[in-house]
Design a protein around this ligand. Structure first.
Ligand code: HSE
Length: 301
């Protein structure tokens, strides 16, 4: 059995407006992870790109946590873990960097220890570490995923839309932890807001499945998390409005933010520029990337 493996994992955008903790899309932005289970004891970590100099090399690192979960479950004895990461997914911005780390660790360690676990098992393990399945599911399976927890088990639907679209991800310079972005959410919401989200989330999946993308302007509306998170992201409403005014099909917070995401079939560059400009008006530096749907999810390279 080889003791080194390289895994490529896509970034993801979760929630997609109303699909809080449920809907996710794999995006064409990637982290590469080389994992060696070695005879030399200890954890060694080498990071290039996003997070270099910040990512911890101890047990608090989610990649290490994920690898150890596999080692414990299989009883595989490895003295040391050697990690080399090339990260393109910005950290703590709402593009699934922690899900990519978890999935990379689980998939890599599973391959190196005999491949005992299926992708569905990996989904359940990743969800146990991440806390919700919406980012880890598309990172594993690619495409668009709808994932739910039922009696402690993750169930999911994965599909590709019949019509192509781009996602314009506008990434502000500041980061926001998911923990902080969940802290501002209320314990309960008004019944009318719950109904509002059920209707939009249903329309969202219908629109994406059928390619009726013009419905996204309605289907990306949300009342469960975005109104509460707006105060954490200066200019959020204006940046989303700028996207719509420049021709986006719709625009939304990406995951827990602070990245904002517009869906577009045309004028992606113009939309990105208008969104960056709107952020700048609020004294927030930002850049944009035009992403497509990643269809493969995590792969061995
Ligand atoms: N569904 C999660 C949230 C995604 O919005 O908090 C971030 O990990």
């Amino acid at each position: 059995m080889p003791n080194t493996i390289k895994i490529r994992v896509p970034g993801t955008t979760a929630n997609c407006g109303p699909g809080f903790d449920t809907v996710g899309i794999a995006c064409t932005i990637y982290n590469d992870l080389e994992l060696t289970l070695s005879d030399e004891s200890g954890i060694s970590l080498n990071v290039t790109g996003e997070g270099a100099g910040f990512i911890p090399s101890d047990e608090s690192n989610v990649v290490v946590k994920a690898i150890k979960m596999i080692l414990t479950k299989t009883g595989y004895k490895a003295k040391g873990i050697k990690l080399s990461m090339v990260n393109n997914i910005p950290l703590a911005r709402g593009l699934g960097s922690s899900a990519a780390a978890i999935v990379g660790g689980l998939v890599g360690a599973n391959e190196l220890t005999g491949g005992h676990f299926t992708k569905d098992d990996i989904l359940n393990m990743a969800t146990a570490i991440e806390g919700h399945p919406d980012n880890v599911a598309p990172a594993i399976f690619g495409g668009i995923t709808v994932s739910i927890m039922d009696s402690g088990t993750a169930n999911y639907l994965r599909f590709l839309p019949p019509q192509d679209f781009s996602m314009v991800a506008v990434i502000p310079e500041f980061n926001l932890s998911t923990k902080a972005a969940r802290k501002v959410l209320p314990e309960t919401v008004p019944y009318a807001d719950a109904v509002f989200n059920v209707s939009r989330a249903s329309l969202l999946i219908g629109a994406l499945c059928t390619g009726e993308l013009k419905l996204l302007s309605h289907a990306l509306q949300d009342r469960l998390h975005q109104p509460y998170r707006e105060k954490l992201i200066p200019g959020m409403a204006q940046v989303l409005a700028a996207a719509r005014q420049t021709g986006a099909l719709g625009a939304t917070l990406s995951g827990a933010g602070p990245c904002l995401l517009a869906f577009a079939t045309n004028d992606a560059d113009e939309i990105g520029k208008a969104m960056v400009k709107a952020f700048n008006i609020h004294k927030v530096k930002a850049s944009y990337q035009i992403l497509q749907i990643d269809q493969q999810g995590a792969v061995v390279i």
